[in-house]
Unconditional design. Structure first.
Lengths: 150, 140
């Protein structure tokens, strides 16, 4: 269980800013240029009074590297994703982000053992209040496990 | 965008959307916008080295596509929770259809929290399934 030893390890929090241009580019790339994501006037007139970020936008943030693991899940196959918001995420705000390795286990598959790496990524405001948290399951195929010499 | 505040009954279907076929340029664009530069999404050789038949779409792009179902209601509330389980690979040329239905509602202090089952499929093959909780604000 080579990733097992890193369970509980957390990265140093990294400051991120929800950039207007980055939100626009992301909204267009996912095919969802909602006026509340991209049109400042429409956003001002809305109940929010400012631009919002799309629900999956936090995957664009930097979460810092977990020692020994790097960016948890990077380069692996994405099995599951969950994001939970305490409130909407707004354009222009600063978000402190960190990642933590939650679990690692292996299961026998048809072509060998598959590895499952569970990580959590959290975004907080500068006052330390949580805005969102994500849980991701990344899958290591037998080939990937071999390449990583796991 | 929907002008009126949405209200769903259990079992109500969200309008299905069929998206244009996934293209390699879309995957490159998403890689750039998301910062996910894993080459299995943009280079066939890298995908093959990882044991895949060719480049695959980002799971998070499929998740975003499911989130798109709720975009018309953003004026009245927001996605509180999105869960997606990626069960099939999405390749360039695949045409995804997303949809879902309401499974419940809970009244809270912020407003009405609606629960949905959602899916993304290509033809009859499911590529992702999950749930969304969408909060509709109580109008003051």
């Amino acid at each position: 269980m080579p990733f097992g030893q890193f369970v509980g390890e957390r990265s140093e929090a990294v400051p991120n800013v929800v950039e207007k241009g980055a939100v626009r580019e992301f909204a267009e790339a996912i095919g969802d240029p909602n006026p509340l994501y991209v049109d400042e006037e429409a956003a001002k007139a809305s109940r929010y009074g400012r631009l919002l970020a799309p629900p999956t936008f936090p995957c664009t943030f930097e979460y810092g590297e977990v020692e020994g693991v790097g960016l948890p899940g990077q380069g692996l196959i994405h099995g599951e994703h969950r994001i939970r918001y305490e409130r909407p995420l707004f354009v222009g705000e600063e978000v402190l982000c960190y990642a933590e390795v939650k679990d690692y286990y292996e299961k026998e598959g048809r072509e060998g053992a598959l590895g499952f790496l569970i990580s959590e990524r959290v975004g907080e405001n500068p006052e330390g209040e949580r805005i969102f948290s994500m849980i991701d399951t990344a899958i290591l195929t037998p080939v990937m496990r071999k390449n990583l010499e796991l | 965008m929907s002008a009126t505040k949405p209200a769903w009954e259990i079992g109500d279907e969200l309008e299905e959307h069929t998206l244009p076929p996934v293209t390699r340029s879309q995957l490159s664009r998403y890689a750039k916008a998301s910062g996910d530069h894993n080459p299995i999404h943009t280079a066939d050789e890298a995908a093959e080295e990882a044991g895949l038949p060719g480049v695959i779409a980002h799971g998070m792009l499929t998740a975003a596509t499911m989130g798109l179902l709720f975009s018309p209601y953003l004026e009245h509330g927001y996605v509180k929770e999105l869960r997606a389980r990626f069960s099939g690979m999405v390749y360039p040329g695949d045409e995804l259809t997303v949809g879902g239905h309401a499974t419940g509602v809970e009244e809270g202090t912020e407003g009405s929290l609606y629960a949905f089952d959602v899916y993304a499929k290509k033809g009859e093959d499911m590529v992702a399934s999950g749930t969304v909780d969408f909060l509709v604000y109580e109008d003051k």
